[in-house]
Ligand binder design. Structure first.
Ligand SMILES: NC(=O)c1ccc[n+]([C@@H]2O[C@H](COP(=O)([O-])OP(=O)(O)OC[C@H]3O[C@@H](n4cnc5c(N)ncnc54)[C@H](O)[C@@H]3O)[C@@H](O)[C@H]2O)c1
Length: 424
């Protein structure tokens, strides 16, 4: 039986660990957070897409979580799914990856396969990760196989999960690629070998940069379409009828989550640090998408102005504050900078989100904490303006429009025949 250790039991590592245990691998989820480990071993999942029942099935199949890195010594395969955030100045923060690699280096045994899944810039696996895993003892490809395999998990996606999302793998040597391909083939339907480790790293950043740039394109277009009195959503629906050469992206209040606002910055940072020039497309996309929530604030101001109200003192209800629908993840959500701007202008803020009972925008500032309103439709009826940011499945948008005096729809998903509705 294959012994697998998955390092990092978050949005990515936990579903992957449980899927591997489902097909009979002996799996230990290693995490540095004792509370995460304790909760998991007690059968409580902290991840939206993993139910307690799925966790219980994993535990029954032998899965357990641990903080004890010495379990790596018995592993045939070690997979790393730790976070890759940005530093304060916007550069890659590889500390979790470096820590995990160092710990693997201390314990890994000869013959093991070690895979990095965390999203990072091309070159990380060979230049940063592998030297720490190998130390002075081992040689890559002969003693230890090392590969990169980009994580493609899409939280909230009911159709695509670990099993049926094709998995790209790229090893430092062809032997490493073959070992990774064989390993993922145990529990993923379709494994796609890349030419090498850098191509696998680049594939992930290409996917996310593509999304970032295309979202920025429509977020820039939405501004002038509003001025030109064009419904961009309608134009996008029309364009999307073309059966080839077009893919629809829709405007919104900005980008969020752990991937789209973060990953392209890893790539542009690498290009600048290594080659000395700018990756202009990404920098422009960043500029546009970062400004998107502030543009929404201006549109709230304009909508209130049209009905003779100032932002100061206006009752503003934000609806859906997570970064995407039907998840509880608030990381990098554009609702944060929007709320900050409206609060700075003196708005009387409230919010509703079925997934977020209490919303603390900045943990160091208790004044930024809000509690979810009890009833969405009562609160909408009492608000001067309602701002739809995230169309969670639970929302009855027609009813929301009906009870609202003024509703700014940043998603283009509320029927526009209601006179209270203004599209972004
Ligand atoms: N969340 C997503 O939708 C998503 C999608 C695709 C790719 N990714 C990428 O996958 C990686 C992991 O993201 P995530 O969303 O699962 O993160 P997460 O924050 O949900 O989970 C990471 C876990 O790793 C643990 N951890 C941190 N440092 C550790 C260490 N040195 N050793 C052991 N455990 C450690 C943390 O305690 C946490 O439980 C990131 O590189 C991210 O960019 C995420």
């Amino acid at each position: 039986m294959t012994n697998l250790v998955v390092i990092g039991q978050g949005y990515v590592g936990l579903p992957m660990a449980l899927r591997a245990s489902e097909v009979g691998l002996s799996v230990i989820g290693l995490d540095t957070a004792p509370e995460v480990v304790e909760h998991l071993n007690a059968g409580h999942s902290h991840i939206d897409d993993v139910s307690d029942a799925a966790l219980a099935a994993g535990i029954a199949a032998g899965y357990r979580a641990s903080t004890d890195a010495s379990v790596i010594a018995d592993a045939d395969v070690v997979v790393v799914c730790v976070p890759t955030p940005l530093t304060e100045d916007g550069g890659p923060d590889l500390r979790p990856v470096v820590n995990a690699a160092g710990v693997i280096g201390e314990h890994v045994r000869e013959g093991a396969l070690v895979v990095l899944e965390s999203t990072t810039y091309p070159g990380t696996t060979e230049e940063v990760f592998a030297p720490l895993v190998l130390g002075e003892r081992w040689e890559v490809g002969t003693h230890i196989r090392i590969a990169f395999s980009p994580e493609r998990i899409d939280p909230g996606n009911a159709t695509y999960g670990v099993r049926n999302t094709p998995k790209v793998v790229g090893g430092i040597t062809p032997t490493c690629t073959a070992a990774a391909q064989e390993f993922y083939g145990l529990f993923v339907d379709d494994v796609v070998p890349a030419k090498g480790v850098r191509e696998a790293e680049m594939a992930k950043l290409l996917e996310n940069t593509f999304r970032h740039v295309n979202i920025a394109l429509v977020n820039e277009m939405v501004r002038f379409c509003n001025e030109l009195d064009i419904d961009l959503w309608d134009a996008i629906d029309a364009a999307a009828t073309k059966p080839f050469g077009y893919m629809a992206f829709r405007p919104g209040p900005g980008v969020g989550g752990h991937c789209i606002p973060v990953d392209p910055a890893y790539l542009s940072h690498r290009v600048r640090a290594k080659l000395g020039y700018a990756f202009r497309m990404v920098e422009l996309a960043e500029e546009i998408n970062t400004a998107a929530p502030l543009y929404v604030a201006q549109r709230v101001q304009a909508a209130l102005n049209d009905v003779g109200l100032a932002v100061r003192g206006a009752r503003v209800l934000l609806v859906g504050v997570t970064y995407k629908p039907d998840v509880s993840d608030l990381r990098e959500s554009p609702a944060g900078p929007l709320a900050d701007r409206l609060a700075a202008w003196g708005a009387d803020l409230a919010y509703h989100d079925p997934r977020v009972p209490r919303w603390v925008r900045r943990p160091d500032d208790p004044a930024t904490a809000l509690t979810c309103v009890d009833d969405l439709y009562d609160a909408a009826a009492a608000a001067d303006v309602v701002v739809l940011l995230q169309q969670h499945r639970a929302y009855d948008l027609a009813r929301l429009a009906q009870v609202s005096r003024l509703l700014l729809d940043t998603r283009g998903s509320v029927p526009t025949d209601d006179p209270a509705v203004v599209r972004l």
